[in-house]
Design a binder for this molecule. Structure first.
Ligand SMILES: [Zn+2]
Length: 82
């Protein structure tokens, strides 16, 4: 975990750089990945670099396909009826 000079754009709190788990959705599919993000210690907001956001968009469009080619399934997702 690395402290950054910048402050949170939302609350002005302290920002740290760390790995976070991000959940992505596309169609009925979901994927999780670990990425570097800047996280506010005060409000918990996460900030991503444009490159990381681009990566999210690529994965999400891949997930929208019925059979994502570049993504390996590691389990099944379940929806709980309410
Ligand atoms: Zn904040």
């Amino acid at each position: 975990m690395k402290y950054l000079d910048e402050k949170c754009a939302i609350c002005g709190g302290e920002l740290v750089e760390k790995k976070v788990e991000k959940l992505l959705r596309g169609g009925k599919n979901m994927a999780s990945l670990m990425v570097n993000a800047e996280v506010c210690l005060h409000c918990g907001e996460r900030f991503y670099t444009p490159q990381v956001i681009e990566q999210f968009e690529k994965i999400e469009s891949e997930l929208e396909k019925d059979d994502p080619q570049d993504i390996k399934a590691v389990g099944r997702a379940f929806q709980i009826a309410s």
